[in-house]
Ligand binder design. Structure first.
Ligand code: B12
Length: 214
């Protein structure tokens, strides 16, 4: 799939939104790529490896925003394929609310993880990025989830994440809390999170599902 990935990347780099969306849909229709491969090996990679060309410096942030927006469109376009897969996926009777905390605008990881949870049979919903503590508490009251999963990218947001998770645990003693995202991949702080899981990658999610199904 190297050749195909490079073609996809080229379309993204040339900002040919219609062509890239059509290309991905064709690959999904013809089952040349799975949703998991698309999310984890193509979409994530194309963002993680995003670099500015030297003479693009001034417009770089806009190129990053536009690439993110194209990726978001592609993620939304995968939903009918998820629905198709769900016809044969056994349900896991746990509700998960996924979000990013206050000041955390990086949301693509959270969106992808939500859809991967859905594909695994969980009842998961992404409720938003940059979510203040009071809104998170109100969302837990409204949805009564079994789990809250928070995605954190910037390590600066770990302090606020600690405050939110402590309050969630105090207010809802039976609620399980999951943390994940890039901030934990380089996690060397002494913050003692009182949470149930800290996950780094897709395999951790697979292990989690295996555990809760048992
Ligand atoms: C796109 C992007 C943005 C976009 C985000 C748009 C959006 N709507 O999401 C915008 C332009 C808004 C942005 C802003 C900023 N960004 Co930015 N951004 C990126 C970029 C290029 C890609 C991030 C991304 O979407 N990756 C793809 C996703 C799929 O990967 P992921 O989030 O890691 O998720 C995967 C796993 O971590 C995991 N996962 C994630 N969450 C969870 C949760 C659970 C429960 C589980 C199980 C797993 C899991 O699963 C996912 C799939 O594998 C990265 C570059 C990079 N190297 O990451 C910089 C990057 C993250 N940004 C960075 C910075 C510094 C910023 C800004 C501060 C810069 C600025 N001045 O503009 C602001 C901060 C905004 C804020 N307050 O949050 C730095 C962070 C450095 C650091 N470690 O602190 C990076 C690394 C760039 C860099 N090399 O400097 N950014």
């Amino acid at each position: 799939m190297m050749k195909e990935y490079h073609f996809f990347l080229q379309l993204l780099e040339q900002e040919k939104k219609d062509a890239v969306v059509n290309y991905v849909i064709t690959l999904l229709d013809t089952k040349q790529i799975t949703i998991e491969e698309l999310y984890l090996e193509w979409l994530s990679r194309s963002l993680l490896e995003f670099r500015c060309k030297v003479d693009d410096k001034e417009v770089c942030i806009w190129k990053e925003h536009y690439r993110t927006s194209m990726i978001r469109t592609i993620i939304e376009c995968t939903y009918p394929y998820i629905l198709e897969r769900l016809k044969t996926t056994p349900k896991i009777p746990f509700k998960v609310v996924v979000l990013t905390p206050t000041q955390e605008y990086h949301e693509i990881g959270a969106l992808i993880i939500t859809n991967l949870m859905v594909l695994l049979g969980l009842d998961a919903a992404f409720i938003g990025a940059n979510t203040p503590k009071e809104e998170i508490i109100s969302a837990v009251r409204a949805f009564s989830p079994d789990y809250v999963a928070m995605s954190v990218t910037n390590p600066y947001n770990l302090v606020v994440t600690k405050k939110i998770t402590d309050e969630l645990k105090e207010t809802f003693p039976t609620l399980k809390v999951i943390l994940g995202g890039q901030a934990f991949q380089s996690y060397h702080t002494n913050i003692d999170f009182k949470v149930d899981y800290i996950m780094n990658q897709y395999q951790d999610l697979l292990d989690f599902v295996h555990e809760v199904k048992a």
